[in-house]
Design a protein around this ligand. Sequence first.
Ligand SMILES: [Fe+2]
Ligand SMILES: [Fe+2]
Length: 283
Amino acid sequence: MKNPGQPSSLPANVSIEPRRLDFQSIEGKPRYWHPVAVFTHLLTAASLFFPEGERFFVRSVQYYAGDIKDPQLRQDIAGFMQQETIHGEAHERYNYDIADQGYPYLRRIERFLIKGIFTLVQRLFPKQVQLALTVCLEHVTATLAGGLLKYQELMEDASPEYREIWFWHAVEESEHKAVAYDVYLAIGGSYWIRVSTLVASSLFFLVMVLYVTGRMLKTDGLLFDGRTWREARIYARDRRSVFKAIGKDFIQFFRRDFHPWQIDNRHDIEMWKKNYAETGRAA
Ligand SMILES: [Fe+2]
Ligand SMILES: [Fe+2]
């Protein structure tokens, strides 16, 4: 470890707070909880990665945790691990509920394929690369989370029992978005490893998410349905500027001096927390 004293970058008015929320059950709720079927399945496909992915993130950060000297960063790591553990459990329930709607293969994909991939990475790659993978996938989730919180119209007309879990997760991803990155700085992690890992992992993630989405649409008999794709195209076209802005945040990672808090979304986190405190609901 090159710089075990690497200080935490957590802004003063942000705290990494693990929240065990009582979500409304999604059992018996609409199959297309988002008005656009393709978008519904895209998010479920992403969710499929969370339980195993987040367990992997925790392990990769935990490996270096004992060497970190900065007390605040040590505290951030503890908060990060608690949040990710709870997310994994919540999304496991979410994924199983969706699988029970008529997509039984989702359980197999999660239990064998995705778990197998993370196990393989852990066996084959050096610890620095494992941490870099966490840093990259945390960047992917933080970018999507930041976009979801900033452009809430993306979830307009979505069923509240689903919206809640996504907004709750988005807020906590934003709160801890720099923890793995700060640990990566502490170990003197390489720029080239981090950017090449981002390219490889996001391409892989994209292919997997598209595969799962396609398979779910096929189950629904919608894979070759013109109306379904037209609806998705119109939805994406009408929000082109939003997707462009999210894409712009994503590519910031390629800057040598990139740091997750350069994308400042503290205001969006605050707004969610205020609404949650007032209404008791996470949506
Ligand atoms: Fe998470
Ligand atoms: Fe995370």
